[in-house]
Design a protein around this ligand. Structure first.
Ligand SMILES: [Zn+2]
Length: 485
């Protein structure tokens, strides 16, 4: 990466303790770092100088929880759930229209939630799109639903009979000797059958840059050395412009070294309906400890959280162990999170994107403990946030705004006392990537030049938390996004 000099002149440095700050300066960047901060130039001039016109410079945002490959794939797929679709008919219209416009082509959908049309299967899909091979992913990421043509093209059925392919995937559901089209946990098999390559990261990386995102933590549990190599290659060829922490499976630890791509926690994915063997998961945590590696446990529901806390209490915790999502945290479990000194990486935008459904489906008693804000902070739990894209919006500003408003799409306020201030919500995305919610990045000499220049002062933007205010994004000293004027 080329490290040219860059100066951001006439700029306000973000400070959460002085939100009305009007003291302007010039921030000098060289070799990927902030090397000097001086009074503004008397007359802004010269190349490689950006005149900020008094707007505020914030640390570049770090998305602490994203699934980059799935997000990149989603950009060329059909969204099959909220917030894009809200009704069964919208889903039917969308897939039928795709079938008409692209006869015979594979249709890939993502983010399906049964609230739209129930537990769909092969027959349901055949009714609407019989002539395209179809695969639609459940929003949990663990289930694909395929239509008959897709099953045929994958060799699972031959005309009307059940075929015996070379290796029948274990997760293929068969009822009364017939495939239902539902494939559980068979991503790897499906990718192999489709000779699927990893998606190109350029469009996804550019979109993230336009939101001011300069770093990500990829939280996909299956990440291993292949994914590490692919991410590294994508950074080297310029397609992926953010720095990356990569969580993944127990083999990831063997991946190589790269300054902008670091291996991160062992990711453990819990699913309430199918919790893993307790001893087995404890063993995984212990091995991880021996490798000096922290763990991050996915827990959305109360049951998953209780399971995660029991495992971590049994195995002992290491500073920086994380709970992902922590969607339901009643006070007694909050206390256990505090005792175990765990960090939480959450998604307040789910309140907007899924809130109306939570109000219908989450047990009444648990609704007051959904995606908490102030309660975490007052309990002293290090708190940060991530988009969980493509399962949530990739735009961190939507998440920040939602942390402040806590309103569902229909406008129901969900826990007024949990609302964060705009500064607390920005904090969720500007803490150190390796210690979310524990230490914050500042615009100081010697810091990494991962920055986002806004188009207005913070005291204005704080009342309109929206990514349209991102004017320039700088990652390791390089401009990776510049808004058209
Ligand atoms: Zn996730």
């Amino acid at each position: 990466m080329k490290n040219s000099a860059l100066i951001i002149d006439n700029v306000n440095r973000y400070s959460k303790n002085d939100i009305a700050s009007e003291s302007r300066c010039a921030v000098h960047i060289l070799g990927g770092k902030i090397v000097d901060i001086t009074p503004p130039f008397p007359e802004p001039c010269g190349i490689n100088i950006i005149d900020a016109r008094g707007a505020t410079l914030i640390p570049g945002l770090h998305d602490h929880h994203i699934h980059l490959s799935a997000y990149a794939s989603s950009l060329t797929s059909l969204a099959c759930g909220s917030p894009t679709l809200e009704t069964r008919q919208q889903l039917i219209d969308q897939i039928c229209q795709y079938g008409k416009q692209r006869p015979g082509e594979w249709l890939r959908g993502y983010g399906y939630h049964p609230y739209l049309a129930g537990d769909i299967d092969r027959d349901w899909l055949d009714q609407h799109v019989p002539d395209n091979p179809v695969r639609i992913q459940h929003r949990s990421g663990r289930l694909w639903v395929l239509n008959s043509l897709a099953l045929r093209q994958l060799g699972l059925i031959k005309q009307t009979k059940l075929a015996i392919p070379q290796a029948i995937p274990k997760g293929a559901e068969i009822i009364k000797g017939r495939y239902t089209g539902r494939l559980f946990e068979e991503d790897a098999w499906l990718s192999a059958q489709l000779s699927q390559k990893m998606p190109g990261f350029k469009p996804a990386s550019e979109k993230l840059a336009s939101f001011g995102v300069t770093g990500i933590t990829d939280c996909s549990p299956r990440n291993s050395t292949n994914e590490f190599d692919y991410f590294q290659q994508s950074q080297l060829n310029g397609e992926l412009q953010q720095s990356v922490r990569m969580m993944g499976d127990s083999n990831l630890i063997q991946a190589g070294y790269s300054p902008r791509l670091k291996t991160a926690e062992l990711k453990l994915h819990l699913l309430e309906a199918k919790l893993p063997e307790f001893d087995h998961i404890c063993q995984q945590v212990r091995v991880s400890r021996q490798q000096g590696r922290r763990v991050a446990v996915h827990c959305v529901s109360r049951t998953e959280l209780v399971f995660a806390l029991t495992v971590l209490r049994e195995c002992g915790t290491s500073k920086g162990d994380r709970l992902e999502h922590a969607g339901v945290v009643p006070p007694e479990l909050m206390q256990r999170i505090t005792e175990l000194e765990l960090s939480v990486v959450t998604q307040h935008h789910f309140l907007r994107e899924q809130g109306d459904r939570y109000l219908e489906q989450v047990e009444q008693d648990d609704q007051q403990w959904l995606y908490l804000g102030q309660s975490f902070l007052s309990a002293g739990v290090p708190l940060a946030a991530g988009s969980d894209a493509p399962f949530g919006s990739a735009d961190p500003w939507i998440s920040m705004d939602s942390a402040v408003r806590r309103q569902s799409r229909s406008g129901v306020l969900m826990g007024a006392q949990e609302r964060l201030t705009p500064e607390q919500s920005l904090d969720l995305f500007i803490s150190c990537p390796q210690l979310p919610g524990r230490r914050y990045r500042h615009i100081e000499i010697g810091e990494q030049a991962d920055l986002c220049l806004l188009d207005a002062p913070w005291h204005f933007v704080r009342n309109d938390l929206n990514s349209r205010h991102c004017r320039v994004t700088i990652s390791s000293g390089q401009i990776i996004y510049e808004k058209d004027n």
